[in-house]
Design a protein around this ligand. Structure first.
Ligand SMILES: Cc1cc2nc3c(=O)[nH]c(=O)nc-3n(C[C@H](O)[C@H](O)[C@H](O)COP(=O)(O)OP(=O)(O)OC[C@H]3O[C@@H](n4cnc5c(N)ncnc54)[C@H](O)[C@@H]3O)c2cc1C
Length: 198
């Protein structure tokens, strides 16, 4: 289980903040009544809030996400440095102009690949510059964790949507494709539900 501790923290933070976002929007949709105990969303709003506190507060989990990934890399269980160095040399070289990808969610596939490069660049740069001191730079850890969370969710959403399209045909998953596009484009803007926490 320890092997998946970073994934568990990612899902805990993302799930609890998504739930809070949904409940908050629910209260807003009900308007003034949403604030009253007579409405069903009032209870959901109150009940959802604890999830950002117990099982490790989301602030602490965010800091642990980056820490756990770096520790896994140091133990040789995760190759972070190889891809990080590849991204660094790519940045120093002549930028390549990839051919447009006309396949389903082709733009989004490219965006997710670029999200990963951005995370590697930021986390790799921070680890290189700060070394063990990185643990004390909480804002850097938390913002990097937000990038990791969005990248993880973006890739999961993309892969699940492509799998559904393969199973059922692209025409029957138009809503899922639209949701996937919305999530990934929001993530590129830094405005997914995980960041719009109330
Ligand atoms: C309903 C409920 C059920 C619970 N059930 C259990 C249970 O079954 N078992 C159990 O072991 N515990 C349980 N707890 C305890 C729960 O896990 C703790 O409340 C939780 O770990 C937060 O600790 P704390 O309340 O002491 O907050 P604190 O640690 O005092 O934190 C207060 C705030 O400061 C933030 N903060 C703290 N340190 C930092 C930092 N270094 N950087 C940035 N922000 C920071 C926190 O994120 C938080 O927002 C329960 C709590 C509740 C409310």
């Amino acid at each position: 289980m320890e092997q998946y501790a970073a994934e568990a923290a990612i899902l805990k933070v993302a799930g609890s903040e998504c739930l809070d976002y949904v409940c908050d929007e629910g209260v807003q949709i009900y308007g003034g009544m949403g604030y009253s105990a007579e409405s069903p969303v009032e209870r959901a709003y109150r009940d959802s809030r604890i999830n950002r506190i117990f099982e490790g507060t989301n602030e602490i989990n965010r800091m642990l996400i980056v820490d756990m990934l770096l520790k896994r890399a140091m133990k040789g269980q995760l190759d972070l440095m190889g891809p990080a160095m590849k991204v660094a040399s790519e940045l120093m070289g002549i930028p390549d102009m990839p051919e447009p990808d006309d396949s389903l969610l082709g733009d989004e596939k490219r965006m997710v690949a670029n999200f990963k490069k951005a995370v590697l660049m930021v986390a790799g740069g921070a680890a290189q510059k700060l070394g063990l001191e990185l643990a004390k730079h909480q804002e850097t850890l938390m913002h990097t964790a937000d990038m990791v969370i969005d990248t993880y969710l973006a890739e999961s959403t993309l892969l699940r949507t492509l799998k559904l399209a393969e199973l059922n045909g692209a025409d029957s998953v138009k809503e899922q494709v639209a949701m996937c596009q919305l999530f990934i484009h929001d993530a590129a803007d830094g405005s997914t539900s995980t960041r719009r926490r109330p």
